[in-house]
Design a binder for this molecule. Structure first.
Ligand SMILES: NC(=O)c1ccc[n+]([C@@H]2O[C@H](COP(=O)([O-])OP(=O)(O)OC[C@H]3O[C@@H](n4cnc5c(N)ncnc54)[C@H](O)[C@@H]3O)[C@@H](O)[C@H]2O)c1
Length: 383
């Protein structure tokens, strides 16, 4: 620490008549301040700060009632000179300050993970929701990597001569195309994405339509709407870990959620088809699904597992009983059956429903193999 004492000089000035407070502050910060900085720096000024007027504080009832009377006990009020307000630091620690925090939009200050200068990969970014996302991210200063099977005139117009937008023609159902997208990103920005906006989607197109059922080998709509978000989520983890940028059974859970959505969306179809569609959502069940490795990872215990017979019984009820209408989702746990409502679903309760997996030791067992696989991808595995 430098033991030499610093000398502070405070000069109080009034704004030029006809200048608003905002004009004064901006002029000072961006015109007058920069004009004076080098001269000040050359002359050994370590810190140069502007204080703006802060008249409102002196109109505050608390000041008038409490503080002002008390000041008289302490201060010679006839000689007082006050400066209160925000600081515009133009030189700090002997260096010129170029950015003034005061000028930031208060809304921006609430953002914890700003997009500015970050890379976002947007699938389906050439149309609809994805295109809007592309535009908004670009406006926030992000580098936008658009993966779409085709462009649109609106996208072309928007993206033209914008160096921060990179379009890579790619099909999200062809996983090798993701390599193409990441390679293009590395080539242009020498980095992997920081954010992902998964917007590519299909809505019952003729080539992948449930009712027409034209496909012989898998459902394109499922590949785009379910598989690609899952695959890209996995790739995002892999890429981020690989660059040291900054779950349990996510694929399984996602497939199960997909089926819930599927059943929900079919709830009104029975009159059309004569087919009632329901689903059962049991907690832990004692079946060969739990191979020995999974049994230890997921802390399987017979005492908290349902019997397959009980589950089958409830399935027969679902099939046979009129009370279980099309679209029914029946939860079955150690505490008994529960109809899952369409919206605002409270979490299941009791042993074997997965809630207890949050507990310390169980969580450790659950995450063990995941951590090992992540360590492999980080390159820190000892294997
Ligand atoms: N539009 C709605 O009302 C609505 C409502 C809720 C959810 N969504 C979902 O939002 C997402 C975006 O939908 P949108 O309304 O913007 O539709 P959109 O058709 O405007 O955009 C979808 C984009 O996905 C692209 N795409 C389709 N298949 C692709 C593939 N195989 N590879 C790469 N890109 C492919 C399309 O080319 C298109 O640019 C979808 O997942 C959709 O299901 C839409």
């Amino acid at each position: 620490m430098n033991p030499e004492s610093l000398i502070r000089v405070t000069v109080c000035v009034n704004r030029k008549l006809g200048t608003t407070e905002d004009e004064f502050n901006k002029y000072w910060a961006y015109k007058h301040g920069p004009l004076a900085t080098e001269w000040l720096q050359r002359n050994g000024i370590i810190r140069y700060v502007q204080y703006e007027d802060f008249e409102a504080a002196f109109l505050d009832p608390h000041y008038l009632k409490v503080i002002q009377p008390d000041e008289k006990n302490l201060i010679d009020m006839d000689t007082i000179s006050v400066t209160i307000g925000a600081e515009y630091v133009v030189i700090d620690d002997g260096k010129i300050v170029k950015e003034h925090a005061r000028e930031q939009n208060p809304e921006d200050q609430k953002v914890e993970q700003p997009l500015k200068d970050k890379i976002i990969l947007i699938t389906g970014g050439a149309s609809g929701i994805g295109l809007s996302l592309t535009k908004q991210c670009h406006a926030q200063g992000a580098k936008v990597l658009v993966s779409d099977i085709r462009t649109t005139p609106s996208f072309e117009t928007f993206a033209s001569s914008k160096p921060n937008i990179l379009y890579v023609q790619s099909d999200v159902t062809k996983w090798s195309d993701f390599d193409k997208v990441f390679a293009a990103c590395e080539k242009k920005w020498n980095d992997v994405p920081d954010f992902y906006g998964i917007c590519a989607g299909l809505f019952e197109p003729p080539f992948s339509h449930f009712w027409n059922d034209p496909e012989e080998n898998g459902y394109k709509q499922v590949e785009v709407n379910v598989s690609h978000p899952i695959k890209l989520t996995r790739l995002a983890m892999r890429k981020s870990l690989g660059r040291s940028k900054k779950s349990t059974a996510p694929l399984y859970c996602a497939t199960k959620h997909a089926i819930i959505g599927f059943v929900k969306s079919l709830k009104d179809t029975e009159p059309l088809t004569g087919v009632k569609i329901t689903t059962i959502c049991p907690g832990l069940v004692n079946t060969p699904l739990f191979t020995s490795d999974k049994a230890s990872q997921f802390s399987f215990a017979e005492s908290k597992a349902l019997s397959p017979d009980l589950v089958a019984k409830h399935m027969i009820d679902l099939l046979q009983k009129k009370e279980y209408v099309c679209g029914t989702m029946l939860e079955l746990s150690m505490t008994g059956p529960r109809l899952i409502p369409e919206w605002n679903i409270p979490a299941p309760e009791g042993e074997g429903t997965g809630q207890e997996l949050q507990a310390g030791e169980m969580m450790k067992a659950l995450l063990g193999p995941i951590e090992a696989s992540l360590a492999k991808e980080k390159g820190t595995s000892k294997l």
